[in-house]
Write a protein that binds this ligand. Structure first.
Ligand code: HEM
Length: 149
C-alpha cells in the first residue's frame, strides 16, 4: 500500500490542491452570502428564499464534497512514506489550522440552518469579521507546508 501511495504521490498532491481550491472558494463566498442575506434579505420579497437556495447548493454541492476530498487526499499524503516528519513543527501547525478550518465549515453549516429557521442572531458586521477566519488559517497553512519549519 505504501509503495502505491509513493507511486501516486504527484496525483494525490495535485488532487489535494484542486480540492483545497474548491473548498476555499466556498469558505470565502458563503459568509459573504450570509452578510447580504442578513443585511438585504428583507428588502425584496422572495430574496430570503433565493439566498437559502444559493447557500444550500454552495454548501451541499461544492463545499461538503471538496472538504471531504481535501481530507481524503491530504490523509493519503500523510501516509505516503517520507512526506511528513512529525518531529518537525509544520505538521502540527498545519494539523491545528486544518482542524480550525473544518470547525469553521461546520459553524457555517449551523448558521445556514439558523438563517433558514429565522433564528439567526449573528449580525452582518459579525459575519464580515468571521470571513477573515479562513483567510488567516489559509495563510498559516500555506506558509507551514511550503517552508516546512
Ligand atoms: C484537511 C486536511 C489536510 C491534510 C491532512 C493535509 C495534508 C497535506 C500533506 C501531508 C501534504 C504534503 C506535503 C508535501 O508534499 O511535502 C499537503 C500538501 C499541501 N497542502 Fe494540505 N492538508 C490538508 C488541508 C489543506 C488545506 C486546507 C490547505 C490550504 C488552505 C492545504 C494546502 C496544501 C498545499 C498548498 C500543499 C502542497 C505543498 C507542496 O507543494 O509541498 N492543505 N497537505
Amino acid at each position: 500500500m505504501t509503495d502505491l501511495l509513493s507511486d501516486l504521490y504527484p496525483w494525490t498532491k495535485s488532487l489535494h490542491i484542486i480540492s483545497v481550491i474548491a473548498w476555499m472558494a466556498g469558505l470565502f463566498y458563503l459568509p459573504r452570502l450570509y452578510v447580504y442575506h442578513v443585511e438585504k434579505g428583507e428588502s425584496l420579497s422572495g430574496l430570503p428564499e433565493l439566498f437559502q437556495v444559493m447557500e444550500r447548493r454552495l454548501l451541499k454541492a461544492i463545499m461538503n464534497p471538496s472538504m471531504i476530498a481535501t481530507w481524503v487526499f491530504g490523509l493519503c499524503l500523510v501516509f505516503t512514506p517520507g512526506i511528513v516528519d512529525w518531529g518537525m513543527v509544520w505538521p502540527w501547525v498545519k494539523a491545528a489550522s486544518v482542524l480550525g478550518m473544518t470547525w469553521f465549515h461546520h459553524w457555517l453549516g449551523l448558521r445556514r440552518k439558523d438563517l433558514m429557521n429565522g433564528t439567526n442572531t449573528v449580525t452582518g458586521r459579525q459575519y464580515r469579521m468571521m470571513n477573515e477566519v479562513p483567510t488567516i488559517l489559509m495563510i498559516v497553512i500555506v506558509f507551514s507546508v511550503i517552508f516546512k519549519f
